[in-house]
Design a protein around this ligand. Structure first.
Ligand SMILES: [Zn+2]
Length: 385
């Protein structure tokens, strides 16, 4: 098998280097002595929370293997080499439909390489306004292990991450069973007390999903579930950096408190993300997209999800001065891989890892992706070099 070298600029050091690729694997990474550093080169991004993009999504009645594939292609163009399609609170029938569409799409090996698994966000979340976010109240329900097993069977075992509210009846034994089944349990859309959070951690929960969002507009100054989760070192946290969900000051505080290593960047992008301003139908009712890419449930102040992909999140973190380029990229590649125990093969440019990489330039707006490679195959190339 032929091996190919990709020259570029190391995202960790800014220095010229090259990456050898043979088949689907990186053979070696070495420094180079060139005057021209070339394109920035980093691991392809990995988004553990993506609901849709560009008019296609995973939670629609029309969701099909083809619409799933459309989302995958939109992500390749943006430098996201892998992601977890995120199936959100709805009827069991609809959620099964979503899971089956994703599973069918994975029959195509190119699609399968980019869909590492499924994130179930709900339906076992808080019914309260605020914590529930944009999830439809009529479909919120208590944990039921039988239902999870049906979903997991329809998914061919692809469900890797489940977000739920630990204060619900039956949530703690449900978390224990998830952990026993090798599924990562995450806390989110919750009104949990400190005791609920401790019980969830004891049961094996490891992540706070989009900390600071899916929350009441007004909270007691302390104690509250945001401070409490921030203070639990056992929990990683995921954050949305689309410029609307969290102000720079809050992102800075979360990062200072959790540390870069325990922070994961997610997009939480939804179906109308990337579309022109307007009103669009969505799973939880109509949503409004503004000129600035803010997406809210029409007629409410509640965000319905994000309008920016993960690459824009990386760019925003850097532009806000909240993280270095290297750290922002790690939070969107290595850290999610580590949460899901995929860091043996993904999330870094090292010999033996999958050749999932991006080549890009840093512009004033942030990252502009020129090439995306997944498993040694170029899945996007803008033709400019
Ligand atoms: Zn959410």
């Amino acid at each position: 098998m032929e091996s190919t070298r990709y020259e570029g600029r190391d995202y960790r050091t800014g220095r010229p280097f090259s990456v050898g690729v043979k088949g689907e694997t990186i053979t070696d990474v070495r420094p180079e002595n060139r005057a021209e550093p070339g394109l920035w080169t980093a691991p392809a991004l990995f988004d553990i929370q993506l609901n849709g993009f560009g008019g296609y999504g995973f939670n629609e009645a029309e969701t099909s293997p083809e619409s799933v594939a459309q989302v995958v292609r939109s992500q390749w163009r943006a430098g996201i080499g892998a992601f977890l399609p995120t199936v959100t609170t709805h009827s069991q029938e609809r959620m099964l439909h979503s899971v089956r569409a994703v599973t069918d799409a994975c029959r195509d090996p190119r699609i399968r390489r980019s869909i590492l698994g499924i994130h179930l966000e709900g339906p076992h979340i808080s019914p309260l306004d605020g914590p529930r976010g944009a999830h439809p109240l009529e479909h919120v329900r208590l944990p039921a292990w039988d239902e999870f097993l049906r979903m997991q069977e329809a998914a061919d075992g692809r469900i890797l991450l489940v977000t739920l509210a630990p204060e619900l009846d039956g949530a703690i034994p449900f978390i224990e069973r998830l952990v026993d089944a090798g599924v990562v349990a995450a806390i989110g859309h919750t009104n949990a007390s400190a005791n609920d959070l401790d019980a969830a951690i004891e049961a094996g929960a490891r992540l706070s999903t989009h900390l600071g969002n899916g929350a009441h507009s007004l909270l007691p100054r302390h104690p509250n579930y945001i401070w409490e989760q921030l203070s639990r070192d056992q929990l990683d946290c995921s954050v949305i950096a689309d410029g609307h969900h969290l102000p720079a000051s809050v992102l800075k505080c979360i990062l200072s408190c959790k540390g870069v290593e325990r922070t994961i960047l997610i997009s939480d992008a939804i179906t109308p993300a990337g579309l022109p301003p307007g009103t669009y139908p969505a799973a939880g009712g109509e949503v409004e997209v503004t000129a600035h890419g803010r997406i809210s449930l029409a007629g409410t102040p509640y965000l319905a999800g994000a309008g920016a992909h993960l690459g824009q999140g990386v760019s925003n973190l850097v532009r806000m001065g909240v993280a270095s380029r290297r750290d922002a990229l790690r939070m969107a590649s290595l850290h999610p891989a580590r949460l899901l125990a995929r860091d043996d093969r993904m999330g870094a440019l090292e010999a033996g890892k999958l050749a999932n990489l991006i080549q890009f330039s840093w512009t004033e707006e942030g990252i502009r992706v020129h090439r995306t490679m997944v498993g040694g195959q170029v899945v996007y190339d803008d033709g400019a070099d």
